[in-house]
Design a protein around this ligand. Structure first.
Ligand code: ADP
Ligand code: MG
Ligand code: MG
Length: 885
C-alpha cells in the first residue's frame, strides 16, 4: 500500500487543491511549479507536522528523515549544498497557513550563511558587499525571530553606523562596514541570549522551521485569527525555498503585481517595484517603491514576461491574482501567488469583466460578490485623511456618512430639519419617542447600546447612518452638550461628521462623495463600468433566485423607494408608526376613553387618517401585495413616560387635569414585562373597536383604489398569535368588517388574512394555526426573543459582549438567525403548515430578512419570500440568488 506521505512535499508534488496540508502559499508555489512558471525550487513542511509540534512540543520523529531527503533533492537540483563554504545554496524558510494571514507569522531569508560561506557567496556572486548584506540580514532576522532578541537593538546598531558615515540609506554602507555590523549583531545575540549565532546550516534550518511553527501561536497571529474567524487548530505549513536575490544591483529588484487593479477592478496589470532590494524591504518600506510601469523602462524583457505569467495565472485561477516576484540580474522569478484580496468595488467590476471575457459564467460571477459588499457600495462615503482624528469611536451600527449639526432631542431635530438643516441626533440611547427625531435626522449617535439597540435597528431599517455605544462620550441632554474623553465639548448647533461604516464621529464637516451605485440601483441607469457591473449582476440574480423579496415599509415614500429598489411587495407595513407625531393625541384619547362613545369618537377620528395612509401605500405598490400588520405594541408606548409625568405633576401646584388623567392611564397600562404583555392580537381582542377600525381603514382604502382603477392587493396580518383560537376570533372580527364594507360599497373584497409566527407555541402548533390562516410571516425578532427567553434591548447592552467574547455565539442571534434553535422552529412550522395547506404562503419579516446568512437559511427552509428594509433590498436580491448556487 502506498501510504500518503505526511510531513514534506516537494513543490513539484503539490497542487492548488492541497491548501489544507500545504498552506495557501505552498499550494500556490506547487501549482505555479506545475504550470511551468519560474519558481525557485523548494519543498513544503506540512501543517500536519506543525500540528504534531504544537500538540506535543516536539517535531514528529519522521520529520527529520523526510527533511533530509527533501533537502538532498533540492541540493541536487540546484547543484549546490546548503551553506557550503565555496558556493553555498541559501534558502528561505517561509510561513504559510491555509488562510492567508499577511505579515502575521514569520519568514527568515538567507539561511545557510555563516562565517565561511559568506566568503563563498562573495566569490560566486562577485559582490562582496551583497554577501555581507545578506549575512547581516540573516543574523538580524534569525536573532530576532528565532532567538527572541529585541529587534530594536539591531536597528539601533544600524542607525549608529549610518550616523557614523553620515549616510541615510543602508545601500551606502560598504562591505567592510556590513562585515563589522554583522560582528556587532552576533555580539548582541551573545549578550542577550548567552548563546552564539548558530554557524551550522542544518541547525539554522531546523530552528527556523521550529520558529515558524511557534509563530502560529504568536500574539499577532492569534488576534488576527480571532477577528477573521480562522480556527485556532489549523497550524501553518513551512516553505523551504532556494533563495533568489533582488539585491544584486541595479539590474535586480523585487516587487508585487496584480493581474488587475485590486482597488478599482480596472483591467491591466498593477503593482509596485523596488530595484536592488530583497522582498522584506518592500514590506518594511525601507525605500519607496515605484509603480510597476517603471520596470518596463528598467527591464522590458522581465516586464513582458511578468505580464505573460500574470495572464497565465489569471486564466488558470480564473480570478484576480497577485504575485510576489524578484528579478535577479535580469532574470524573473515568481515567489508567491494567490487569489487577490480586493475592495467591494473591484469585486463587482472584476466578476463582471471576467464574465464578459467568458472566463467565468454568470452564476460564478454571482458567487464572486456578496450582499455586504453591495451594501457598502450604496452608502455615501467620507474622504477621511489620516490627520482627521475622530472625537470618539463607537459601534458601526448602520453604515454610511452623514454631516449635520448636533441636536439633543427629537423636537429640536424636527424643527431644525424643517428649517432645512441637516441634523445629527445625539442621545444617550433612543426610545420609540425619538422616532420622529430619528426620521428627521441624517444620523443618530448614542453613547450606549450595541448593534441591535433601538437606535441601531431603527436606523438600519431606515438606511440612516448610526453610530451607537460611543462610550467615551458623556451626553448631557439637559445641558444640550456632549463631552469627549479628551475634554472636547460639543454643543447644540455644532457640526459633526458621523461615519457609520467606520463607527467614528468627527468634529466639523468632512468632505463627502455620493454613492453612484445607490443612485443607479434606484434609477436603473448605469453611468460607468461599476454601476453597469452592479446592475448586470443584479439582473442575473433576479433571474436566478427563487425567493421573492419584499420590503418593510410604512409610508408611501418608502414604498416608492422600495419598489425602485426591486421590492416585489410589502412584507410588513407597521400600522403603529402611523400613530406617532400629531396623531398621538388621538391615540391618547382612545386609551383614555371612559366609555364606548368616547372610544368610538377617538377611533372614528383615526379612521380617515389610516385610510389615507393605506391608500397611499397601495397606490405606490399597485399590483403588488401589501401585508398590513394590525397594531402590535403595548399601549403604554403611546403614552408619556411614567416617572417624568409623575414628577411634573408633583411639582406643579395646579396640576393639569388632563395630565392627571394621563398618569392614571399610564399606571393602569403599566406592565412589568411589556414585551410579553398586552400587545399584538391580545390588544386587538381587548380594546373594543380598535381592530375593526384598522380593518375598515384597509377595506375602504382597497375600495378607493378599485374605484380609481387600481389593482390593490392588501393582506391583513394578525401579530403575536399563540393559539389558533386567538386567530379564529380575530379573523371572525376582520371578516365581519370586510363583509360590512363590501356590502356598504357593493364591492367584492378579496383580502387574505394571515398571521405572524413569532411565539414558540405558534411555531409548534403551526398545523392548527394554518387552518385559520391564509399566510404566515415569521417575525423572527420576537421569535428569537421568546425562544431564547431574553429581551433584545437589555441583553445587547449587558451580556452579549461577554457571550461573543466567550464564543457562546459567533454572532448575535438577532443579527443572523440561530439556525439550530429558532431556525428549527421555522422549519417545523413551514412543514406543518404545508401539510394542512400546501398553498399557504410563507415569508419572514424583521431584521433577519435582510441578513445574508439568514437569507440563505430561509431559502433552504423553503419560504416564499423575505422582507427587509428598502435599503437592504439589493443585497437581499443578490443573496437570494447566491443561496441557489
Ligand atoms: P509573507 O507571507 O509575510 O508575505 P513571505 O514568506 O512571502 O512572507 O516572505 C517575505 C518576503 O521575502 C517576500 O517579499 C518574499 O517574496 C521574499 N522571499 C521569500 N522567499 C524568498 C526567496 N526564496 N528568494 C527571494 N525572496 C524571497
Ligand atoms: Mg508573501
Ligand atoms: Mg413582533
Amino acid at each position: 500500500m502506498n501510504a500518503p506521505r505526511t510531513y514534506v512535499y516537494a513543490f513539484a508534488e503539490g497542487g492548488r487543491d492541497m491548501a489544507a496540508l500545504l498552506g495557501g502559499k505552498g499550494a500556490g508555489l506547487a501549482e505555479m511549479t506545475r504550470l511551468g512558471l519560474p519558481v525557485p525550487p523548494g519543498f513544503t513542511v506540512t501543517t500536519e507536522a506543525c500540528k504534531v509540534y504544537l500538540a506535543t512540543g516536539e517535531e514528529p520523529p519522521e520529520l527529520a528523515v523526510e527533511l533530509a531527503r527533501a533537502l538532498a533533492g533540492l541540493e541536487r537540483a540546484m547543484g549546490r549544498d546548503l551553506g557550503a563554504p565555496d558556493d553555498p545554496l541559501l534558502v528561505s524558510v517561509r510561513s504559510g497557513a491555509r488562510f492567508s494571514m499577511p505579515g502575521m507569522m514569520e519568514t527568515i531569508l538567507d539561511i545557510g550563511l555563516n562565517d565561511a560561506s559568506v566568503h563563498g557567496l562573495a566569490k560566486a556572486s562577485g559582490q562582496e558587499r551583497f554577501a555581507w548584506d545578506s549575512y547581516r540580514r540573516l543574523v538580524q532576522m534569525f536573532g530576532h525571530t528565532v532567538m527572541g532578541v529585541d529587534g530594536d537593538l539591531f536597528q539601533d546598531a544600524i542607525a549608529a553606523h549610518r550616523a557614523k558615515r553620515s549616510v541615510t540609506v543602508d545601500q551606502e554602507l560598504d562591505a567592510a562596514e556590513l562585515a563589522e555590523l554583522t560582528e556587532e549583531f552576533k555580539e548582541i545575540i551573545r549578550r542577550e541570549t548567552g548563546e552564539d549565532f548558530p554557524q551550522h546550516p542544518a541547525e539554522q534550518l531546523r530552528r527556523a522551521i521550529r520558529a515558524v511553527f511557534d509563530s502560529w501561536n504568536g500574539e499577532r497571529a492569534h488576534v488576527y485569527r480571532h477577528r477573521e474567524h480562522i480556527p485556532e487548530d489549523l497550524g501553518t505549513a513551512v516553505n523551504v525555498q532556494a533563495m533568489v536575490f533582488g539585491n544584486l544591483g541595479a539590474d535586480s529588484g523585487t516587487g508585487v503585481a496584480f493581474t488587475r487593479d485590486p482597488a478599482t477592478g480596472a483591467r491591466g496589470m498593477y503593482g509596485d517595484y523596488l530595484s536592488d532590494a530583497q522582498g522584506e524591504d518592500v514590506v518594511a518600506g525601507v525605500r519607496d517603491a515605484v509603480p510597476l510601469a517603471e520596470l518596463k523602462r528598467l527591464d522590458p524583457r522581465s516586464y513582458v514576461e511578468l505580464g505573460d505569467h500574470l495572464r497565465t495565472l489569471e486564466d488558470h485561477y480564473r480570478d484576480l491574482c497577485d504575485v510576489e516576484f524578484t528579478v535577479e540580474r535580469g532574470r524573473l522569478w515568481i515567489l508567491q501567488t494567490r487569489v487577490g484580496k480586493r475592495t467591494a468595488q473591484a469585486a463587482f467590476r472584476i466578476a463582471h469583466d471576467l464574465r464578459e471575457e467568458k472566463t467565468i459564467t454568470a452564476d460564478e460571477a454571482l458567487v464572486r460578490v456578496d450582499g455586504a459588499e453591495l451594501t457598502r457600495l450604496m452608502f455615501p462615503r467620507f474622504d477621511v485623511r489620516p490627520t482627521d482624528a475622530p472625537l470618539a469611536h463607537g459601534v458601526p451600527a448602520s453604515p454610511g456618512a452623514a454631516v449635520g449639526v448636533v441636536v439633543f432631542d427629537p423636537a429640536t431635530a424636527r424643527r431644525r430639519a424643517a428649517e432645512g438643516e441637516d441634523v445629527v441626533l445625539v442621545r444617550r440611547e433612543t426610545t420609540p419617542d425619538d422616532l420622529p427625531g430619528m426620521i428627521a435626522a441624517q444620523a443618530v449617535l448614542t453613547s450606549r447600546g450595541g448593534k441591535t439597540s433601538h437606535a441601531a435597528v431603527v436606523a438600519r431599517g431606515m438606511g440612516k447612518v448610526c453610530v451607537c455605544g460611543a462610550e467615551s462620550l458623556t451626553v448631557d441632554v439637559a445641558a444640550k452638550r456632549f463631552t469627549t474623553d479628551t475634554g472636547v465639548v460639543v454643543r447644540e448647533g455644532d457640526t459633526v461628521s458621523v461615519d457609520g461604516t467606520a463607527g467614528t464621529v468627527h468634529l466639523g464637516a468632512l468632505p463627502l462623495t455620493a454613492s453612484e451605485v445607490g443612485r443607479a440601483l434606484e434609477t436603473g441607469e448605469a453611468t460607468d463600468e461599476l454601476t453597469a457591473a452592479v446592475l448586470d449582476t443584479l439582473a442575473h440574480a433576479d433571474a436566478v433566485r427563487r425567493l421573492q423579496v419584499r420590503a418593510n415599509a410604512d409610508t408611501p415614500e418608502d414604498a416608492v423607494r422600495a419598489r425602485a429598489l426591486g421590492a416585489q411587495g410589502i412584507g410588513l407595513c407597521r400600522t403603529e408608526h402611523m400613530f406617532l407625531g400629531e396623531r398621538r393625541s388621538l391615540v391618547e384619547a382612545m386609551i383614555l376613553a371612559r366609555d364606548d362613545t368616547a372610544r368610538e369618537r377617538a377611533l372614528a377620528a383615526l379612521l380617515p387618517l389610516q385610510r389615507e395612509d393605506f391608500t397611499g401605500i397601495l397606490t405606490a405598490m399597485d399590483g403588488l401585495p401589501v401585508t398590513i400588520r394590525l397594531i402590535d405594541p403595548p399601549l403604554h408606548e403611546f403614552l408619556p413616560d411614567r416617572t417624568e409625568l409623575a414628577v411634573r405633576l408633583a411639582r406643579t401646584e395646579h396640576p393639569d387635569p388632563h395630565e392627571r388623567e394621563l398618569l392614571d392611564a399610564v399606571e393602569r397600562t403599566h406592565e412589568q414585562n411589556p414585551m410579553l404583555g398586552l400587545r399584538g392580537v391580545r390588544l386587538g381582542l381587548a380594546v373594543p373597536g380598535l381592530m375593526a377600525m384598522q380593518v375598515r381603514a384597509v377595506a375602504e382604502a382597497v375600495v378607493a383604489r378599485l374605484r380609481d382603477g387600481g389593482r390593490p392587493r392588501a393582506e391583513i396580518m394578525i401579530p403575536l398569535v399563540g393559539t389558533v383560537e386567538e386567530l379564529r376570533l380575530a379573523r371572525a372580527e376582520a371578516e365581519r368588517v370586510l363583509a360590512e364594507v363590501a356590502a356598504e360599497t357593493g364591492t367584492a373584497l378579496d383580502c387574505p388574512i394571515g398571521t405572524m409566527i413569532e411565539l414558540p407555541r405558534a411555531a409548534l402548533t403551526a398545523g392548527r394555526i394554518a387552518e385559520a390562516a391564509d399566510f404566515f410571516s415569521f417575525g423572527t425578532n420576537d421569535l428569537t426573543q421568546t425562544t431564547w427567553g431574553l429581551s433584545r434591548d437589555d441583553a445587547e447592552a449587558s451580556f452579549f459582549p461577554l457571550y461573543l467574547d466567550k464564543g457562546v455565539f459567533d454572532v448575535s442571534p438577532f443579527e443572523t438567525i440561530d439556525q439550530e434553535g429558532v431556525g428549527k422552529l421555522v422549519e417545523l412550522a413551514v412543514q406543518a403548515a404545508r401539510t394542512v395547506n400546501p398553498g399557504l404562503e410563507t415569508g419572514v419579516c424583521g431584521e433577519h430578512g435582510g441578513d445574508p446568512a439568514s437569507i440563505h437559511f430561509f431559502h433552504r427552509a423553503g419560504l416564499d419570500y423575505v422582507s427587509c428594509s428598502p435599503f437592504r433590498l439589493p443585497a437581499a436580491r443578490l443573496e437570494a440568488a447566491r443561496a441557489t448556487l
